[in-house]
Design a protein around this ligand. Structure first.
Ligand code: GLU
Length: 431
């Protein structure tokens, strides 16, 4: 019998799982870029196959003496341009296919803004709000030990993502360092400043979102002051974006988090709202805005819509109701391919995740460089370099979109995938 049997393509099973999930979205986005890759299209299947994926068991002793097991993942999607780079997510709905998609988007994001990394991502399927601080530390340390064989300052460098923070990065850095017998600050980014973290890292993703939003608005002839903004997610990305828009004179008229949706036509008092969120863990109970239905949030009358939470939020059911002129993807993968088409047909500009939220990994790169050289930059220098990289990336991708009459997402994929596949081709196949 011939192999593969009867000429059937031999595809790994995970390419077919989860027909509607983030990996399916990622594959459809890749499919759209292939016709624009010229001779590099020969290598394009590289993009649809993660280089390696590790599934680990994370057992910990709970405070009540029971043993609980959690499933963890680290996926290295592509290492052609440099070490793996991408965050670690703690969430009860994390799956392998989600982490695969997130790792693919990291490869393209890192290449789109031209930082010298491949793409990787990790996650643990756990709801961290159900854990005590001690349990959270044990999950983090055990997970880090389990993925120890993949990570390292010049191999693969994790960072924060949904529900992970500076403290978790400090535990990861310590666990890796203890296991390897030497302090290795460069093994993770997004660390506390006292452990080799970078000034400006915490705000970097939101600052990048604000920077590309301002550039996109400029292209459409809109000035930031007075514009109405709706933001889904009030975490690190949405919260910082809200503050920067507010400070620049825009009006944040609608917000949504995991508990509540709020609306105020003449603009929510963002500093007060963020204080409330810091105190209560959610916008719920904030009195100075009207509570609206989750569905009404998507219909908010505004110029700028920023999904800054999880994947698949803008879909075929709500994309026709969006009233914004511009969508800025603070989250990874918030727009399904069907919604992308609807928004494109409606002439709503979507600034894609791989460009819009790349500020975080850009300052992670600065942090890693500073750790390696043990020489730390001022916040002013960091913000200046960040804004420069984001603006340049925006304009080179904008130009490709104009020249080829394609969406900004496909243009960002053209720029990112071409860099990845050029590196792939130059390195060649070995063995
Ligand atoms: N988790 C962030 C992202 O999705 C940051 C990754 C990093 O800094 O490595 O881009």
């Amino acid at each position: 019998m011939s192999f593969p049997p009867s000429g059937a393509p031999l595809l790994p099973s995970y390419l077919h799982v989860d027909g509607l999930g983030p990996w399916a979205t990622y594959l459809q986005q890749v499919e759209r870029v292939v016709p624009h890759l010229g001779h590099l299209a020969r290598w394009s299947e590289t993009l649809s196959r993660p280089k390696r994926a590790l599934i680990v068991d994370v057992p910990i002793e709970l405070d009540n003496g029971c043993v609980a097991h959690f499933e963890g993942y680290r996926v290295q999607h592509n290492l052609s341009r440099g070490p793996g780079k991408g965050g670690i997510r703690f969430h009860q709905d994390v799956t392998l296919s989600e982490v695969m998609a997130l790792s693919g988007w990291m490869s393209i994001k890192n290449a789109a803004v031209n930082v010298p990394y491949g793409g990787a991502k990790g996650g643990v399927r756990v709801d961290p709000s159900t854990l005590s601080r001690g349990e959270l530390e044990r999950v983090t340390r055990r997970y880090t030990s389990e993925i120890n064989l993949l990570i390292g300052p010049s191999k693969d460098i994790p960072a924060p993502d949904v529900n992970t923070n500076e403290q978790i990065m400090a535990w990861m850095m310590d666990t890796y360092s203890v296991n390897s017998g030497a302090t290795a600050t460069g093994v993770v980014t997004g660390k506390p400043i006292a452990l080799g973290g970078s000034l400006g890292r915490r705000e970097a993703t939101g600052r990048g979102v604000f920077t590309v939003a301002s550039e996109a608005m400029h292209e459409l002839g809109l000035a930031v002051p007075g514009q109405r903004v709706a933001i889904q997610g009030l975490g690190n990305v949405g919260g910082v974006s809200a503050r920067l828009f507010h400070d620049a004179g825009a009006k944040v008229v609608a917000v949504q988090d995991h508990c509540v949706s709020l609306y105020k036509g003449d603009g929510i008092d963002i500093p007060r709202l963020l204080e409330h969120v810091a105190e209560h863990g959610s916008a719920q109970g904030f009195a100075d805005a009207e509570v609206i239905d989750a569905a009404q949030f998507w219909q908010a009358d505004c110029e700028i819509l920023i999904p800054a939470a999880l994947e698949g939020q803008l879909n075929k059911d709500n994309a026709r109701q969006i009233r914004a002129k511009i969508v800025i993807e603070g989250a990874n993968g918030p727009t399904t391919p069907e919604a992308d088409d609807i928004l494109f047909d409606r002439n709503i500009l979507v600034v894609p995740d791989v460009l819009a939220n790349a500020g975080g990994v850009t300052v992670s790169y600065f942090e890693w460089v500073q750790d390696f050289s043990s020489f730390f930059w001022t916040e002013e220098e960091i913000n200046h370099r960040l804004v420069k990289i984001m603006r340049e990336a925006f304009h080179s991708i904008w130009q490709v979109a104009q020249e080829k009459s394609i969406s900004l997402r496909t243009a960002a994929f053209v720029v990112g995938c071409s860099r990845i596949l050029q590196a792939r081709e130059l390195r060649g196949l070995y063995p």
